[in-house]
Design a protein around this ligand. Structure first.
Ligand code: PMP
Ligand code: GLN
Length: 384
């Protein structure tokens, strides 16, 4: 029987490939984005408490009210808008699910969805599975800011949605007020929805503030704001996230969510509902990661790689085009196998695998691990 794949161009994700290679070659894994340190013991105790106290059956489909309530309050505190916790907030199994449900809810065959590249790898498959067409627009090489002229060119009567991501993976670019104005003008008077991937909302540096679409009066009426507790609290393996959207959109979102996972892990929802009562738990995250970024960038100075310090996220990009002509995949392979430091080749974030000669490091690691990796990277010229 011949099988007609719905995702013929999709293979194993680069994150899985590079993490496996790091393991096989006993390399320091700065590839896949996950923290190399534990979560706050208090949060872990809360999870233990709620599992032991018997909170282990299905949660309500939209998430437990306690967590939706505290998330709504947090949204008001951070972005000045109080969403209705009953109708505008849902808890889901990771931002990946939020993004998938949002795209599935709005995109239909014949529609186009604009993706800004380099783009996180889950967006395009979600668009394709909905039967819609991804339209790729490149961010500006260098600072990876948005080329609004190009975005405007990409819009036509078939455009159903645009996926945005700030702070950005992999570049760390953080959206400005100016970007928001361009986006507002783009979707004004058009039926274009915005899927806003804000998983690094609490990781922005050098005094920058994350500008959530939840805080934008005009934009939030058309937006699905997608977030991840895994990123904010160093527990990526818990796969728990959320979506905030106006009630008409949330109604459609939940129709999809209830048949993708139906509901999300119960005791962790109770633990997070209690933990989120204290704003310092999320307000301290930017400073925590800024120190790591500074430490990592200081070390990069001695490697020959070129870089602009990341504005946000826990990733640092580095340019190697002035050092060698080899492909980024070849460099990532040699770095992992010979230098014993794994990174991500940025071509993996482009649908056509174009190679602007950047690699991405995850600096969400203990300082001694970063220091070891930076030592090894000083020998970079030996493998080029
Ligand atoms: N979007 C971006 C930009 C990410 O980096 C990640 C992290 N894996 C996700 C979405 C998915 O988040 P989650 O693990 O909560 O599904
Ligand atoms: N978001 C993480 C990264 O960009 C990886 C998540 C995953 O492995 N799917 O590295």
């Amino acid at each position: 029987m011949s099988f007609h794949s719905k995702l013929p161009r999709v293979g194993t994700t680069i994150f899985t490939v590079m993490s496996q290679m790091a393991k096989d070659f006993q390399a320091i894994n700065l590839s896949q984005g996950f923290p190399g340190f534990g979560a706050d013991p208090h949060l872990l105790e809360l999870v233990a408490k709620y599992t032991q106290d018997g909170f282990n059956q299905y949660a309500p489909m939209a998430g437990i009210p306690e967590l939706r309530d505290v998330l709504a309050v947090k949204t008001q505190r951070c972005y000045g808008y109080l969403p209705d916790p009953d109708e505008e907030v849902s808890i889901v199994s990771g931002a990946t699910e939020a993004i998938f449900c949002a795209i599935t809810a709005v995109a239909q065959p014949g529609d186009e969805v604009i993706l800004l590249e380099p783009a996180y790898d889950s967006y395009e498959p979600a668009v394709l599975l909905a039967g819609a067409s991804p339209i790729h627009v490149s961010l500006k090489p260098g600072d990876f800011s948005i080329d609004w002229e190009q975005v405007r060119h990409a819009v036509n009567f078939r455009t159903k949605a645009i996926v945005i991501n700030t702070p950005h993976n992999p570049s760390g670019y953080v959206w400005t007020e100016e970007d928001l104005k361009h986006l507002s003008a783009l979707v004004r008077d058009r039926d274009i929805y915005v899927i806003s991937d804000e998983v690094y909302e609490h990781i922005a540096f050098d005094g920058r503030s994350h500008l959530s679409l939840a805080g934008q009066e005009e934009l939030r009426g058309k937006s699905f704001v997608c977030g991840s507790f895994g990123k904010t609290f160093h527990v990526t393996g818990w796969k728990i996230g959320f979506c905030i959207a106006p009630k008409e959109l949330m109604r459609e979102f939940r129709k999809v969510h209830q048949f993708v996972t139906f509901s999300t892990v119960t005791p962790i929802q109770y633990a997070l509902a209690e933990y989120l009562q204290n704003p310092s738990h999320y307000e301290s995250v930017s400073d925590f990661y800024e120190k790591k970024r500074d430490f990592f960038c200081d070390g990069l100075k001695h490697t020959g790689l070129d870089y602009e310090p990341a504005q946000g996220s826990f990733f640092q990009m580095a340019y190697f085009g002035h050092l060698s002509n080899i492909s980024d995949r070849e460099l990532a392979k040699r770095m992992t196998q010979e230098l014993k430091v794994a990174c991500i080749p940025v071509s993996a974030f482009y649908h056509d695998h174009q190679d602007p000669k950047y690699i991405r490091f995850c600096f969400a690691k203990e300082e001694n691990e970063l220091a070891d990796a930076l030592d090894k990277l000083q020998n970079l010229s030996k493998i080029l």
